[in-house]
Design a protein around this ligand. Structure first.
Ligand code: DON
Length: 571
């Protein structure tokens, strides 16, 4: 079905296409639709530029996997808050030809030299910011290997062509939107702590305003090398050497051997049924699929017909289910190569027993543990994108460098930010990470291990056919955001546009608190929840849903969360 495969075009036409398209994007000729319908292919993504690049790849005959790869690299340029070469992620995909659904794990790994005590001082106390800021916070990046693996297995256009857009946007620059300008301002002090980072994002020490151009020459060169040499350029070649010297200069632990060792894994997705739907999400080392499954399966027998998505009775039931699921997360989930994740976490009888503990209209109580730090509010800086095409290929990718701009350190000469994913480990038993999540043995730091994640790229089939793709950033709030998106669309019959916009709430066992999006819930809802015995706290908006729904006739409807200025595009 490839109408105009790029590789079949003469070289001059390929060049013309790049020469015309990229300047158009740089000048801002792009669609910014929050919802849209398409027939051949659709993409929902947090960046309008990346969304437009995805559309162009579709137009040139690319399939959903080609689009996903191209968008992934474009996000590394135009959305440095979270898009990345220096991070990792997960993809849950459906191959339209075979109908097979699989999960790709390109999560970062702890370097070989990592130890359980690496973030503690001699007294065994956590050293402030060591797991979040600077080289030591970084795990071995997986994104370049992951996107290449996805392309190798399922892509149809030439690899190099899929990176050309990103490389050109880095080289020529693009116009900052208000979100990136604001994010740079909020993180200015930490970003300027490293000259190699400051030189790129604060040229001549200046704060870039929205509408100004961000040029990233080193990143362009790195992308060009990956385009022509493949992932070896990153894991063995010049970039590996640059990462190695960056680590030596800044006291990080990643070595060339760590980089050479990195491989993505194909895994069986977590699969469960909810109502009549078949849901597929990410298995460990993400907690996403299991925690999502527990929440939805615990709620499944309840009759919601008299509730709305804002009914206190529903919010209460959801939060009690989430409380139990997150308690299991803390004890039972970690990298399956290092820790035996127990069977039965999605067992019907087990979940029935958990459900039996829920009392309607009365809050349960989370076990008190010595944690201390209040949850630390970061803006949502992972990113999710969904892609689907008319051949039944579905791609849900969530990718991250963890905090906004990761560990804030750019690899000098290579032009990209490194992640601070080491903070997703339990750096000391019971000590909360930046999302307030606590853990222990299952998720302790070990050499080569993948840190536990909450990322939940999710695909849903209805009667065997593609039905829904969903996912979001938000740290621990990813899982509840995704669960709410599924309930809002399937149980409460909201439209897709309403689903992504609907106010959200969150509970994660510890702290024992319901978080509500500020301004999203009426005062009587809040009072009722308090009367049930819940502690509530309002906070700034969270999550950034990027969803695609497929109707029985195959029409693709995309919706991008209005909170973050994303866009749906397609063809
Ligand atoms: O893997 C995880 O669960 C986290 N590193 C995700 C971070 C995230 O979603 C950032 N957005 N708030």
């Amino acid at each position: 079905m490839n109408l105009f495969p790029l590789r079949k075009l003469p070289v001059q036409l390929r060049l013309l296409y790049i020469v015309i398209l990229v300047p158009a994007l740089i000048l801002g000729c792009r669609s910014n639709k929050l919802t849209d319908y398409h027939e051949r292919g659709a993409i929902a993504c947090t960046s309008p530029i990346a969304s437009e690049i995805g559309r162009q790849v579709f137009i040139r005959g690319g399939n959903a996997f080609d689009v996903a790869v191209s968008v992934g690299f474009t996000l590394a340029v135009v959305y440095p808050q979270a898009g990345n070469l220096g991070g990792g992620g997960f993809a849950v995909i459906r191959d339209g030809t075979t109908g097979r659904i699989t999960a790709l794990d390109f999560r970062e790994r702890a370097p070989r030299a990592a130890t359980e005590e690496m973030f503690l001082n001699e007294a065994g106390e956590v050293v402030a910011h060591l797991s979040t800021y600077g080289a030591r916070a970084s795990g071995v990046p997986g994104s370049v290997a992951g996107l290449h693996e996805l392309w190798e297995e399922y892509g149809s256009l030439p690899w190099g062509d899929l990176l050309t857009f990103a490389a050109r946007l880095a080289d020529t620059g693009f116009l900052l939107d208000e979100y990136l300008a604001k994010a740079l301002e909020s993180h200015r002090k930490q970003l300027q702590g490293f000259p190699e980072t400051a030189n790129i994002f604060f040229p001549d020490g200046r704060q870039l305003e929205a509408g100004e151009r961000l040029i990233q020459k080193d990143l362009a060169a790195t992308l060009q090398q990956i385009a022509s040499e493949g992932p070896n350029a990153f894991y063995h070649g010049r970039t590996a050497a640059l990462i190695d010297s960056c680590m030596k200069r800044h006291g990080g632990l990643i070595t060339r051997a760590d980089l050479m060792d990195y491989t993505p894994f194909w895994r069986e997705p977590i699969h469960f049924t909810f109502d009549s739907l078949n849901i597929y999400s990410m298995p460990p080392p993400s907690s996403g699929g299991i925690v999502l499954g527990q929440i939805l399966k615990i709620l499944e027998p309840y009759d919601f017909s008299s509730y709305t998505p804002e009914s206190p009775e529903y919010i209460h039931l959801f939060c009690e289910a989430a409380r139990m699921a997150f308690a299991d997360r803390s004890a039972h989930l970690g990298d399956p190569e290092y820790f035996d994740v127990p069977d039965g976490l999605l067992n019907d009888q087990y979940l029935a027993a958990r459900r039996a503990k829920i009392v309607e209209c009365r809050a349960g109580s989370s076990v008190e543990i010595q944690a201390g730090n209040p949850i630390h509010y970061e803006s949502d800086q992972t990113t999710h994108y969904s892609v689907c095409d008319s051949d039944g290929n579905m791609v849900a990718i969530t990718t991250t460098i963890n905090s906004p701009f990761g560990c804030k350190l750019v690899v000098a000469g290579a032009g990209f930010l490194l992640n601070n994913e080491m903070d997703d480990f339990s750096i000391k038993p019971g000590f909360p990470n930046v999302y307030g999540l606590v853990g222990g043995e299952a998720n302790k730091v070990e050499p080569g291990k993948r840190m536990l994640s909450s990322m939940s790229p999710t695909l849903i089939l209805k009667q065997g056919q593609p039905f829904l793709i969903t996912g979001s950033p938000g740290g621990s709030k990813i899982i509840t955001t995704v669960a709410e998106s599924i309930l809002n669309y399937t149980r409460f019959d909201l439209t897709l546009a309403e689903t992504v916009a609907q106010p959200r709430f969150h509970h994660q066992w510890l702290p024992d608190m319901i978080y509500l999006e500020e301004g999203g819930f009426d005062v009587d809802v809040k009072q009722t929840l308090i009367r049930y015995g819940h502690r509530i706290r309002e906070r700034s908006p969270f999550g950034d849903l990027q969803m695609i729904a497929i109707d029985p006739a195959g029409l693709l409807e995309g919706a991008s969360d209005p909170r973050h200025g994303g866009a749906v595009s397609g063809y």
